[in-house]
Design a protein around this ligand. Structure first.
Ligand SMILES: CC(C)(COP(=O)(O)OP(=O)(O)OC[C@H]1O[C@@H](n2cnc3c(N)ncnc32)[C@H](O)[C@@H]1OP(=O)(O)O)[C@@H](O)C(=O)NCCC(=O)NCCS
Length: 389
């Protein structure tokens, strides 16, 4: 705890005085404990990650007039458990928690979280939830041990570098169609509507200008005409959506092993001089870079693995055209993660094996739903809202 004469003051974010101070704070706050760690640059716009959410707030912590911490919260309506599909819940998401390294372990983060919880409660929130890297011990201990959050899911974050030199080919037997926003919304509501934390305003997610679209893949042999969202789906099919996060914020690898740097430079050189060799290159991720986020990945049927793979290749080819996009990121969860991962191109060294999602009931009567939520998390069908990345 801060001493008596050093009272931690929590207040609402003020654009005029906090903008630059938050940027400076983010620059010195690494996220996660393991090297290589990622540093985030919001490019001078602290609200960039949350402005597309229905309701949002930023709180800052000050100590002796110095900005020492920041937290963000968003509120939306979402599905909370497959067995309770008819009862939407108001959920609050906590993100962007940062405390200056010089002011840690004096209660700044706990204070910020408790205050964002108060804002949630004032807005009728049933559950608060947050995600952190499983390796981030400080964060996990803070939320689970200190603030009574409960672990409920450990999805995998998987990352693939974009090759500037080689486009990926797609089998001629596979048909890939880009859906309209209405078609995508209707398919998501039908097939993923009961997935945990599925946003009720999915239409907003799909419509926002950062969304690049939704694609569906199926085998040519299965349908003789175009896929229609209101007709029965093929035996095997897959779909996913893509968000361009490059304009929202940038990332930088904070402490890359020297071997990565050497490999990155060498592979880029060889690919430039001998493009026909097609060696796996490591994108230039040592400077600032942006990323595409694949979300709403859903597949069904015995042959859906190759369809998922083809959709990822389409996304890769799309990402090649974006100068700032150096990696493609997705998050998958549940029991089928390992099976699905095989079909999603990714680089192990860049991927974080497990993310940790924690949840907390903010209303007494919701305690039972928490147990239900932990029990019924569906394998492989997690819906990660791209607004919360
Ligand atoms: C995680 C972080 C926000 C904690 O901030 P903080 O102000 O130091 O946290 P608090 O002082 O409120 O700590 C509250 C409790 O969290 C736990 N905790 C915090 N830091 C810890 C650490 N380094 N190791 C172990 N436990 C830790 C402890 O249980 C602590 O209670 P205690 O001090 O009574 O033992 C801070 O370390 C940080 O900004 N890290 C970098 C960014 C990040 O990882 N953000 C989280 C993303 S979700």
């Amino acid at each position: 705890m801060a001493s008596d004469h050093e009272v931690i003051k929590i207040r609402d974010y003020d654009d005029n005085i906090d903008k630059i101070r938050i940027r400076n704070l983010e620059r010195i706050c690494k996220v996660g404990q393991m090297a290589p760690f990622l540093l985030m640059d919001t490019m001078g716009d602290p609200i960039c990650r949350i402005r597309n959410s229905p309701l949002f707030k930023i709180l800052v912590a000050e100590l002796n007039n110095e900005l020492v911490g920041v937290i963000q919260g968003t509120i939306k309506i979402a599905n909370c458990c497959s067995n309770l599909k008819d009862i939407p819940r108001i959920v609050g998401y906590i993100l962007g928690l940062r405390v200056s390294p010089l002011h840690r372990r004096i209660g700044v983060a706990s204070n910020l979280v408790r205050n964002i919880e108060k804002w949630f409660v004032a807005n009728g929130v049933d559950f608060a939830y947050m995600a952190t890297e499983k390796d981030n011990k400080a964060s996990a201990k803070l939320f689970v041990d200190k603030l009574n959050f409960v672990k409920f899911s450990t999805p995998s974050i998987i990352v693939n570098p974009v090759s500037q030199y080689h486009s990926k080919s797609i089998s001629s037997n596979i048909r890939i169609t880009k859906l309209t926003t209405d078609e995508a919304e209707s398919l998501y509501r039908k097939f993923m509507g009961t997935t945990e934390l599925f946003p009720y305003d999915i239409n907003n997610v799909l419509e926002k200008n950062l969304s690049l679209g939704t694609w569906i893949a199926y085998h040519q042999s299965e349908l003789c005409s175009e896929f229609q969202s209101d007709s029965p789906p093929p035996n095997s099919w897959a779909m996913l959506s893509v968000r361009n996060s490059c304009g929202v914020f940038k990332l930088r690898v904070g402490k890359a092993p020297i071997t990565w740097k050497t490999y990155g430079k060498t592979s880029r050189f060889i690919n430039r001089v001998f493009p026909c060799m097609k060696i796996r290159s490591l994108s230039d991720i040592f400077n600032q870079f942006g990323f595409y986020f694949m979300y709403g990945l859903y597949c069904e049927g015995p042959d859906s693995g190759s369809l998922v793979h083809s959709l990822c290749q389409i996304v890769h080819n799309l990402a090649r055209k974006c100068k700032d996009c150096k990696i493609i990121v997705t998050e998958i969860g549940g029991g089928d993660t390992e099976k699905l991962k095989v079909h999603i191109p990714h680089r192990k060294t860049l991927s974080c094996s497990e993310d940790l999602w924690c949840v907390k009931a903010l209303k007494m009567e919701e305690q039972n739903t928490i147990s239900e939520l932990i029990r019924c998390t569906h394998p492989g069908t997690i819906f990660v809202d791209p607004r919360e990345v």
